[in-house]
Design a binder for this molecule. Structure first.
Ligand code: 8YV
Length: 323
C-alpha cells in the first residue's frame, strides 16, 4: 500500500501523476476546519501535506498525527507554525530557488511602472486623452543611474541588484543581517544600516520575509526618513509594512510613489485608499506568477515531498534538524 498524502492545491496533470506514482493522494480545496472534518480519516492517515498559502498550525497538526512532511509551493513559509512542526518532528520543504529570477523581474516591473507612471498614462491613452496632446503632467522620473536600496539581500535581492546595476547603471545599497560578498563583488553593492538606506535610496525595495522581527518594520518613522522623491517597492510580504503609515506618507507627499505586489490583507479590499491613488501601482501578489515559474515551483514542491518522505533533506528543507 502506498503512503497517503493530502493535496490542497491544484497541480498540472503530469505532476499529479508523478505524485500519485508514489502516494495515495486525497485532494481537498483548502485546510479549513470543515474540510478537515469531512476528510477526517484521510487527514489522520496522511504522512505528507502539499499545497500553498493556507495556514498550517498546531490545531491542524493535531488532526494529522501521522504527518511527517509538509511541502509548500512557495519560498515564504510565514503561514506555517514552524515551532509546532518542530515539536512534532514534521519536516517543512519550500521552493527557494525556483522563483528568484521571476520575482526579480516583477520588482523591476514595479520600479519601472511606478517611476515612469506606465499604468496611469496607459489608462489615459485608453481613455482617449492622448488626442488632446501630452505635456509634463504625463512625465515620470528616471530609473537609470538612480540609487536602489534593497532591504533583504537574499537570492531575489541579488537577482534584483544584478538587473539594477548591470542593466540600469544603478548604485546599490543594501541592508541585511549579513554582509553579502557576492553582491559586493559583482554589483558593487554597499552594505549599510537601514536608516542610511532610507535616507539615500531613490528606490527603497523590500524583499523581506515576514517574521516577528520584520512585522511593521516600515512605519511612519521609516517613511519620514525617505526622500520626498523616493519610490517604495514591496514584493516580500505585506505585513512588513504598516499600510496606514504608507498611505499617510503617500498622501502627505513624504514619498513620491509606491509599487506594491503584497498587502497587509490579501486580496486587497476594494475599499483600500491605495486603489484610488494615482501614484500607486498595485499588483495581486503575482511576483512568481508566470506559467514557467509556477510550474517549476509545483514540480519542485512535488519532488521535495518525495525527497522528504525518503529522508532526503539536503536541499529545500527549512528544518532539517528534525529529520
Ligand atoms: C507564492 C510567494 O506564489 O513563494 C512565495 O513565498 O509569495 C509566491 O511566490 C504564493 O505564496 C502563493 O503560492
Amino acid at each position: 500500500m502506498k503512503p497517503s498524502v493530502i493535496l490542497y492545491k491544484k497541480l498540472p496533470d503530469n505532476l499529479l501523476r508523478r505524485l500519485e506514482a508514489h502516494f495515495t493522494v486525497t485532494r481537498v480545496h483548502d485546510l479549513r476546519e470543515e474540510t478537515v472534518r469531512s476528510h477526517a480519516q484521510a487527514f489522520k492517515e496522511a504522512v505528507g501535506l502539499l499545497g500553498s498559502s493556507e495556514k498550517v498550525d498546531a490545531a491542524l497538526l493535531d488532526n494529522m498525527p501521522a504527518l511527517r512532511a509538509t511541502s509548500t509551493i512557495s519560498v515564504g513559509y510565514d503561514n506555517f507554525d514552524v515551532e509546532a512542526l518542530n515539536a512534532r518532528k514534521v519536516l517543512l520543504m519550500h521552493t527557494p530557488t525556483a522563483l528568484t529570477e521571476t520575482v526579480a523581474d516583477t520588482l523591476m516591473a514595479l520600479i519601472l511602472s511606478s517611476a515612469r507612471r506606465v499604468v496611469e498614462v496607459a489608462e489615459r491613452v485608453k481613455a482617449g486623452e492622448w488626442t488632446k496632446g501630452i505635456g509634463p503632467d504625463w512625465f515620470g522620473t528616471d530609473v537609470h543611474h538612480k540609487t536602489i536600496g534593497i532591504v533583504g539581500m537574499g537570492r531575489i535581492g541579488l537577482a534584483l541588484a544584478q538587473r539594477a546595476n548591470l542593466g540600469f547603471g544603478m548604485p546599490v545599497l543594501y541592508n541585511a543581517r549579513r554582509q553579502h560578498k557576492e553582491a559586493e563583488a559583482r554589483f558593487n553593492a554597499r552594505h549599510c544600516d537601514l536608516d542610511t538606506l532610507l535616507q539615500e535610496a531613490d528606490f527603497v525595495c523590500s524583499i523581506l520575509p515576514l517574521t516577528d522581527e520584520t512585522r511593521h518594520l516600515f512605519g511612519a518613522a521609516q517613511f519620514a526618513k525617505m526622500k520626498s522623491s523616493a519610490i517604495f517597492i514591496n514584493a516580500g510580504r505585506g505585513p512588513v509594512v504598516n499600510e496606514k503609515a504608507l498611505i499617510a506618507a503617500l498622501k502627505e507627499g513624504e514619498i513620491m510613489a509606491a509599487g506594491l505586489d503584497v498587502f497587509e490583507q490579501e486580496p486587497l479590499s476594494v475599499e483600500s485608499p491605495l486603489l484610488s491613488m494615482p501614484n500607486v501601482v498595485a499588483l495581486p501578489h503575482i511576483g512568481s506568477a508566470t506559467h514557467e515559474t509556477r510550474y517549476n515551483m509545483a514540480a519542485t514542491a512535488v519532488d521535495n515531498l518525495i525527497d522528504a518522505l525518503n529522508g532526503n533533506v539536503e536541499k529545500n528543507c527549512v528544518n532539517p534538524q528534525v529529520a
